[in-house]
Design a binder for this molecule. Structure first.
Ligand SMILES: [Fe+2]
Ligand SMILES: [Fe+2]
Length: 286
């Protein structure tokens, strides 16, 4: 089973108009400027680099689209645990942000001559309902995984790519995405900080055990997304960096550094033994 991810499908008609209205509202709320000119972009890079850019940004489009389903599932978890309306609207807005990110990635694909379309694995677009714990503890685990782990790693990776990128369209796109990913990470940290103390000491013990699984899953997922390829030539590497495409091994190193120097200490401040959970993480196949 596959699912179609097509950034241009349904652009016309009533749904297209509503879609543009909503995304335009988000862009105005953030004060985003217009996208840079891209007409000369295809001539600036070799065929190899353009093909890599199309492939990488298409994969990003698919992943961003999947993230939207995760936030939609998180909204259900937030309803179930009786969270405030303000939390629920925030989660729904983040689901919308991710569709917007997918569309932005599709625009980069198109700018490099590719079709902003993919057939992707039909993964369940949701979050798990953790058994044996209260709805609030289950929602807290999901907020922790999505915000404190996955989105915090995304902030580090996108920031790094933004620092490398010199191509204006790529910088502009990464700027849009980065601003949102920072707020998505902050949501997770805020929710866990608010929820965890009220869940009691046994919840801390259970969360430490959950973290071993969560870190293992996160590492496998990130390594799938960050394959280690052969080293390109210096000229090719420079062209790829201009487009925000860093070496797979560098990205994996940055991932591990972010866990060790940002995520583990911050979870430690919340009373969790994240250092032991990371070193004792359950290894999973990528
Ligand atoms: Fe995103
Ligand atoms: Fe995000």
């Amino acid at each position: 089973m596959t699912r179609t991810v097509d950034a241009e499908l349904g652009a016309a008609g009533v749904f297209g108009a509503e879609h543009r209205r909503l995304l335009g509202y988000l862009q105005r709320a953030r004060g985003d400027g217009p996208a840079p000119e891209t007409s000369a972009l295809r001539e600036r890079y070799t065929d190899d680099v353009r093909a890599t850019a199309v492939g990488t940004w298409r994969l990003r489009m698919v992943n961003e689209h999947r993230s939207s389903g995760v936030f939609a599932g998180l909204h259900g978890a937030m309803m179930e645990c009786g969270s405030a309306f303000a939390v629920q609207t925030t989660v729904l807005r983040m689901a919308l942000d991710e569709v917007h990110h997918a569309e932005l990635c599709g625009r980069v694909v198109a700018a490099f001559g590719g079709a902003p379309r993919a057939e992707a694995e039909a993964v369940p677009a949701s979050v798990p309902r953790h058994t044996g714990v209260s709805p609030l503890e289950s929602a807290m685990r999901n907020a922790l995984f999505v915000g404190c782990l996955a989105e915090t790693v995304a902030v580090a990776l996108v920031s790094h790519e933004r620092s490398l990128a010199t191509e204006p369209l790529v910088r502009w796109t990464l700027d849009q995405i980065l601003g949102d990913e920072v707020s998505h990470a902050r949501f997770g940290w805020t929710f866990v900080r608010d929820a965890l103390p009220g869940l009691g000491v046994e919840a801390v013990v259970r969360t430490n055990a959950y973290l071993r699984v969560a870190f293992g899953y996160l590492e496998a997922a990130e390594h799938t997304f960050l394959p280690v390829a052969d080293d390109p030539s210096a000229e090719l590497a420079a062209q790829r960096e201009a487009l925000g495409l860093c070496r797979g091994q560098d990205a994996r190193d940055l991932f591990a550094d972010t866990v060790r120097t940002v995520i583990v200490p911050q979870l430690g401040e919340l009373g969790l033994d994240a250092a032991s959970a990371w070193s004792g993480r359950r290894r999973m196949a990528a």
